[in-house]
Design a protein around this ligand. Structure first.
Ligand code: A2P
Length: 317
């Protein structure tokens, strides 16, 4: 279902993807959600080593493929990511192999550097947390991720990932990465919704042949600090959806696809997983009406500054 985006290396990426980030402790939820999503027609699954549920994605995908022999693994675009404390080259390789084992597949379609931050690890391979309760930053690899990117390139050359890319990177970080990359990042997965439209970063990525992919395209369920506003209760956005006889989620998904990037709506509710996959298209007027709400906004809901003890977006204070 929906548009397919062609990455610079020729790999085809379905525009509608399913986000699998789930609360820890809700065992079995991801497995069920993945089966529902694949049955609903999603052919793009977004995963990460950090989500600690890749085993469930793997069993869900396996269950679906076994029950639907006409669908092949190669019909699904599967993404995973390497977490911050695994940026040393040997760890990058270990990370993707661990993800592949859990996902029960010999390759992923995209392997991303989850954050532009490298952290130290403990001897038992867990993240090193400092006395302040925050990640202990590996300054060298954060300031110069070239060795990490070389390891990503090796994973690509070895065929463990059909494409490699990044997540949460800024234009500045991408420019630096492009200066030494032998294999260019094929994608940059970032938070995008009407309260964080990212017009400049999206255009920059598109101008460089780096496909933007939107996480939290529905704008989370959180409030904007200070104003208490929520995307989900925004009057103008809801009026657009109501007039169209669609859900707000469907409008937001359509807005992202019309802007030319893939979207990763996430839900653990079967009815919402299914309805989000019923794609609609926006007229130019409807598209502009969403743009009008988005204009000049910049409210980020996903910001790990407090956890990392490091600000990826210093310009945002
Ligand atoms: P739920 O799992 O209960 O459906 P994020 O923006 O961080 O990806 O989070 C998406 C949020 O939007 C989730 O909390 C999800 O909750 C909710 N959601 C997903 N689809 C819909 C929908 N169609 N209508 C309302 N809320 C939705």
């Amino acid at each position: 279902t929906g548009p397919i985006f062609r990455l610079e290396n020729g790999i085809q990426m379905p525009g509608l993807g399913f986000g699998t980030f789930a609360n820890e402790g809700s065992k079995g939820e991801t497995h069920k959600a993945v089966v529902v999503a694949l049955n609903a027609g999603y052919r793009h699954l977004d995963c990460a080593w950090f989500y600690k549920n890749e085993g469930e994605v793997g069993t869900g995908m396996r269950e679906f493929l076994d029950a639907n022999p006409s669908v092949k693994r190669s019909d699904i675009f599967l993404t995973t990511k390497v977490w911050n404390h695994l940026h040393e080259p040997a760890d990058v390789e270990w990370s993707i192999k661990d993800s592949l084992r859990q996902l029960q597949t010999p390759y992923v379609d995209a392997f991303l550097v989850h954050w532009p931050i490298a952290a130290e690890k403990n001897a038992d391979n867990t993240v090193k947390i400092g006395a302040d309760g925050k990640y202990v930053i590996n300054k060298d690899l954060t300031d110069n991720p070239e060795p990490t990117w070389r390891a990503m390139e090796k994973v690509y050359a070895d065929g463990l990932a059909k494409s490699i890319g990044v997540s949460n990177w800024t234009e500045k970080g991408l420019k630096s990465l492009l200066s030494y990359a032998k294999v260019k990042p094929a994608l940059n997965q970032i938070e995008i919704h009407p309260f964080l439209p990212q017009y400049e970063l999206v255009s920059y990525c598109q101008s460089q042949g780096i496909a933007p992919v939107a996480y939290s395209p529905l704008g989370s369920q959180d409030q904007v600090p200070g104003t208490g506003e929520k995307v989900s209760t925004n009057k103008e956005l809801n009026a657009i959806a109501e007039k169209k006889n669609a859900t707000l989620a469907q409008v937001l998904i359509a807005w992202g696809l019309k802007r030319g990037y893939a979207v990763l709506p996430k839900s653990s509710n079967p009815a919402r997983i299914v309805s989000n996959a019923k794609l609609i298209t926006l007229t130019d007027e409807e598209f502009e009406a969403v743009n009008k709400v988005a204009d000049k906004r910049h409210s980020r809901f996903v910001n790990m500054k407090d956890t990392f003890g490091y600000n990826v977006w210093p310009e945002e204070a």
